[in-house]
Write a protein that binds this ligand. Structure first.
Ligand SMILES: Nc1ncnc2c1ncn2[C@@H]1O[C@H](COP(=O)(O)OP(=O)(O)OP(=O)(O)O)[C@@H](O)[C@H]1O
Ligand SMILES: [Mg+2]
Length: 595
């Protein structure tokens, strides 16, 4: 086929029928060729002759119906007494319009664009797109993408020989989402996208790994006998209780001084305490003073404009000392000492702060190494994440698996906010875009009404990125098995969706509400998708399509276990159980060494 040959060409015999009714996005086709009806399934593509011979409107079948109708058979004029009734079929297809194909469009041959340019007219001819037409048409979908934009995700279910190629720019530009029930293949899909991104010379992706399951991308396991494939990512880890004394090179700390006032208070302050306003105001005042003192004369320019929220290191012990002084100082009255302004009002606040500071699980925040109290430390840490140098990987897996769940949202939020703020304050022409992959997003991006103070902080950061990130080249890839528990604000900002098998009603409803009405019937198939199959919807692809995702070369460590088979083959490992009990006590899994 040359580029001059029309992609779609139909013979009279393949004519399905005619347009019988039209509304804004749907068309009813009266099927005349009853033999073709069984070949039309829900999801098959139909071409409707457009206003010129070169134009076809393309639609997807939503409903196929055959109604039987009784009609009076032609009475035999020679035998006037016979009146016979015969049963005839009324066949119809209901189709959603998706796009317009033109074999000649100005100087361009064979162009498909999304959206119907005109409404189909009654009685126009309709054809089923199948066989050679289908193959050529699917091939057309990714044709206009150049090599720099192609993000190959799998093959189309409609035509398995055609690669499903998304526009990589559009996929990331305005946030994307991967949704599907547990075990439907989301993490594998993330690995696949990371693998594709790793082929770009300067990819820049930060993965929030809640279970340490993407560790394999940084250290691929060798499969029996063969050499391990090359790593495509670097691994970082939010420092766990076991990493505090001798932090490995890839341990990340988020010292308390990085948190802004609200984030810190969301963790420490009990808003129901009657002294909460006093506690918050003393805290704010002392932090400001300590930060100012830390700036000294060396950073006079920063000192002129900094705020209490600026990330400037100060010592936690100093803060505690100031608060304790407030809490114990008596006031001076006319007749000797009186109750001080803050005396005894900060006790609970101090206790809560001390309890957090002592707990090793929060060590990544309250027990940072001495170096993390130096002024230059922040720039170094951010550099290792955003600009690690050409010899290192552009994909950074950040393991959050040892972060306590009660502060997980704030930690994820602070982490994202920090990098986003750096991008925000950077010279616009020097920014390189980056993506946050938020796996298990329901854990830290919950629906607003349900959010507690800590979660609200995380939501605020991520919702800001969802709303404004596009302008600064920061994008989210939200991954979740419970879309109904994920912030609607964030999901509704996503422009591209990969939706895998989704069985729960509530979750399906959320997804339906995110999609235009015309796709309702496409979404009806969600519970029926096979593992590794997905609907790809959004502006990264010209046609909403059911695709079979490719397998990543390196699988994440999330393999579904074969219970029945394993029970027949493997004895539980006693030593491993014993070791796990100790790990539980240590609260450090310690299987992630420096990368
Ligand atoms: N593209 C694929 N083709 C074939 N099998 C797949 C594919 N993707 C995933 N699977 C299978 O599905 C299993 C589960 O996949 P995965 O870990 O990605 O699920 P998940 O959706 O991330 O689940 P969870 O929400 O629990 O994290 C894998 O162990 C793998 O065997
Ligand atoms: Mg997963």
């Amino acid at each position: 086929m040359t580029s001059e040959t029309p992609v779609l060409s139909f013979e009279a015999a393949s004519k399905l029928g005619k347009v019988a009714a039209v509304d804004t996005s749907r068309v009813l086709i009266a099927v005349e060729n009853a033999a073709l009806l069984p070949r039309a399934a829900v999801g098959s593509l139909v071409a409707i002759q457009g206003s010129t011979a070169q134009e076809f409107l393309i639609g997807m079948t939503e409903r196929v119906t055959r109604q039987l109708r009784e009609q009076t058979a032609q009475p035999d004029p020679m035998v006037p007494t016979t009146l016979e009734v015969e049963v005839v079929p009324d066949d119809a297809l209901r189709v959603t319009l998706l796009g317009t194909y033109r074999s000649v469009d100005g100087t361009v041959r064979n162009r498909f664009k999304r959206g119907a340019d005109s409404f189909p007219q009654i009685d126009r001819d309709c054809f089923l797109i199948e066989g050679g037409n289908l193959q050529r048409f699917m091939g057309l979908l990714g044709k206009e993408l150049d090599d720099k934009q192609r993000l190959e995700l799998g093959t189309f279910v409609l035509d398995q020989t055609a690669a499903a190629i998304a526009n990589g720019d559009k996929f990331f530009q305005r946030h994307a989402s991967i949704l599907g029930s547990t075990g439907s293949g989301k993490s594998w899909c993330v690995s696949l996208i990371l693998e594709r991104a790793s082929a770009r010379k300067h990819s820049n992706i930060i993965v929030f790994d809640m279970h340490g399951e993407y560790a394999s991308l940084a250290k691929p396991p060798a499969t029996s006998g063969s050499v391990a494939p090359t790593a495509i990512a670097s691994q970082f880890k939010i420092a766990g209780p076991g990493d505090l004394d001798k932090p490995p090179a890839n341990a990340l700390f988020l010292p308390y001084w990085l948190l802004n006032r609200e984030e810190m208070l969301s963790m420490i302050l009990d808003r129901s305490d009657q002294n909460a306003p006093n506690q918050a105001s003393r805290f704010t005042s002392h932090v400001r003073t300590l930060k100012e003192a830390a700036l000294g004369t060396a950073h006079a320019d920063v000192k002129a404009t900094f705020t209490v929220d600026s990330p400037i290191p100060y010592k936690l012990a100093d803060l505690l000392a100031h608060l304790t002084t407030d809490n114990t100082t008596k006031g001076v009255g006319k007749n000797g000492p009186v109750k001080g302004d803050w005396e005894d009002k900060l006790t609970r606040f101090i206790t809560r702060l001390e309890a957090k500071a002592e707990d090793r699980r929060y060590g990544f925040m309250f027990k940072p190494p001495a170096a993390a109290l130096e002024y230059d430390w922040l720039a170094k840490q951010v550099l290792s994440l955003l600009s690690p140098g050409a010899s290192k990987h552009g994909i950074k897996i950040v393991d959050f698996s040892e972060v306590p769940s009660d502060v997980l949202p704030v930690v994820a939020g602070v982490f994202a906010r920090l990098l986003y703020d750096v991008q925000f304050w950077m010279e616009p022409e020097k920014r390189t875009p980056f993506v946050f992959v938020c796996d298990e997003a329901h854990l830290y991006l919950p629906v607003k009404e349900d959010a507690d103070a800590v979660e609200k902080q995380a939501l605020y950061c991520f919702e800001r990125i969802a709303k404004e990130g596009r302008k600064y080249g920061v994008s989210l890839l939200v991954v979740s098995q419970r879309p109904s528990d994920v912030s609607r604000t964030i999901l509704s900002q996503c422009n591209n969706f990969l939706i895998l098998r989704l069985t729960n009603d509530q979750d399906q409803n959320v997804v339906r509400r995110l999609m235009p009405d015309s796709l309702a019937s496409v979404l009806d198939g969600l519970p029926l998708l096979d593992t590794g199959e997905a609907l790809l919807l959004g502006d990264a692809i010209l046609l909403p399509a059911r695709i079979r995702l490719n397998m990543p070369k390196i699988a994440p460590l999330s393999q579904t276990r074969d219970f029945w088979r394993e029970w027949g083959e493997r004895e539980p490992d006693g030593a491993a159980v014993k070791a796990a009990v100790e790990t539980l006590r240590r609260q450090s899994r310690g299987f992630i060494a420096g990368v």
